[in-house]
Ligand binder design. Structure first.
Ligand code: ZN
Length: 187
């Protein structure tokens, strides 16, 4: 087993120039965890320092080329992943330059991400619950009389949007709508 590290700035294969946005490593707990810069590396044997890893190029592997075995340096600062560099001098400079502003930025990003997950799943859970209610509720008579419009508005407010209720696959429509929300926030 291994863990995966995701990087925003792609790693470049020195053999074919392909870009890789992640790399796998067995240096930590190797329990299929996903890390990015700013993540706490559970199980890191190094508290502060640089770990040498090798770049895996998918394009070279698929083309049957010999792996370049080019180094990738994981920069670790107080068990946090502080950076990923392909050049040792850059890795050393990065390690020396980590400061409290980096910490604040990582903390800020972690808190935003936690809030995003919580929001997205709250909405998804609410939509699926409303769909379940919709399926199990006995049909209600169409409201009539003086209060009819107010009743209809009230019902609209608590029911799922029309495009979901009338979709061929309402559950898929709910998932798509919630995925959309997640993607929008991501940008
Ligand atoms: Zn390559």
């Amino acid at each position: 087993m291994f863990d995966t590290i995701h990087v925003k700035k792609p790693l470049i294969c020195p053999v074919c120039g392909a870009e890789e946005s992640s790399l796998q490593t067995k240096h930590f707990d190797s329990c299929m965890a996903h890390f990015k810069i700013g993540s706490v590396l559970s199980g890191s044997p190094v508290l502060i320092g640089i770990i040498k890893e090798a770049l895996w190029c998918d394009a070279c592997h698929k083309a049957g080329r010999q792996s370049a075995d080019s180094p990738v340096y994981l920069i670790i600062w107080h068990s946090l992943l502080a950076g990923v560099e392909q050049d040792l001098a850059k890795a050393e400079a990065r390690l020396a330059a980590v400061d409290r502003l980096d910490l604040i930025a990582w903390l800020d990003e972690a808190q935003r991400e936690a809030a995003r997950w919580s929001r997205n799943y709250h909405k998804l859970f609410s939509d699926v619950s409303r769909w379940h209610e919709h399926l199990t509720r006995p049909p209600e008579p169409e409201p009539t009389g003086a209060e009819a419009e107010r009743h209809r508005a009230f019902r609209r407010f608590f029911s799922l949007p029309e495009e979901i209720l009338t979709a061929t696959d309402p559950l898929a429509a709910i998932l798509a709508a919630n995925k959309q929300v997640g993607d929008d926030v991501e940008d």
